[in-house]
Ligand binder design. Sequence first.
Ligand SMILES: Nc1ncnc2c1ncn2[C@@H]1O[C@H](COP(=O)(O)OP(=O)(O)OP(=O)(O)O)[C@@H](O)[C@H]1O
Ligand SMILES: [Mg+2]
Length: 177
Amino acid sequence: MTSESFQIVSGSPEETTSVGMALAGWLHDGDILLLHGDLGAGKTTLAKGIAEALGIDAVVASPSFSLVNEYDTGPGAPVTRLYHLDLYRLQGADDLASIGFDDFAGPAKGATIVEWPERAATVLPDRYVLIEIESTGAESRSLRFVPVPDDGWWNHRFVSLRTRIEAAITHGSPPFL
Ligand SMILES: Nc1ncnc2c1ncn2[C@@H]1O[C@H](COP(=O)(O)OP(=O)(O)OP(=O)(O)O)[C@@H](O)[C@H]1O
Ligand SMILES: [Mg+2]
């Protein structure tokens, strides 16, 4: 565990969506969120909350067949674009090359969410926020937010991330758009 990492408990899918909405307002272009957790943990539920708060009208579903979906965000959103990757069906390095995975690790124009990032373990970006989601009951999920690397670069942003997320859990997410 790192010094800045923190953990919260979501008690329902709606609460996870609220966490996603709160997280959306914190994002900057170039941010990469790696969502780690078993099948049905709630990765896409979190992603949907993020997309909704960014003013994305399209239906956000796991991009199972395309590996990556790209969305334009709405007016006033803090990021220009959202990329949603789901690497569950990744077949290997060729697939990674075909979706331009390296570009997400570089200065991607937009924020990137990756489900099943462990499928690309050998080529993960240098800097990202890891969100580990674990089922702890029928509707209970533990969400742990981990800054990577833990080199101090994330300090200030993690303080504000934690404040936002904890407020979302206590009061529901604040509107920001
Ligand atoms: N607290 C919770 N947060 C999120 N989802 C929850 C929660 N409680 C129950 N659920 C249920 O768990 C399921 C989560 O599905 P979701 O598609 O978000 O998972 P996933 O991690 O993306 O799975 P996959 O690896 O198959 O893509 C949904 O059916 C949702 O209703
Ligand atoms: Mg999913």
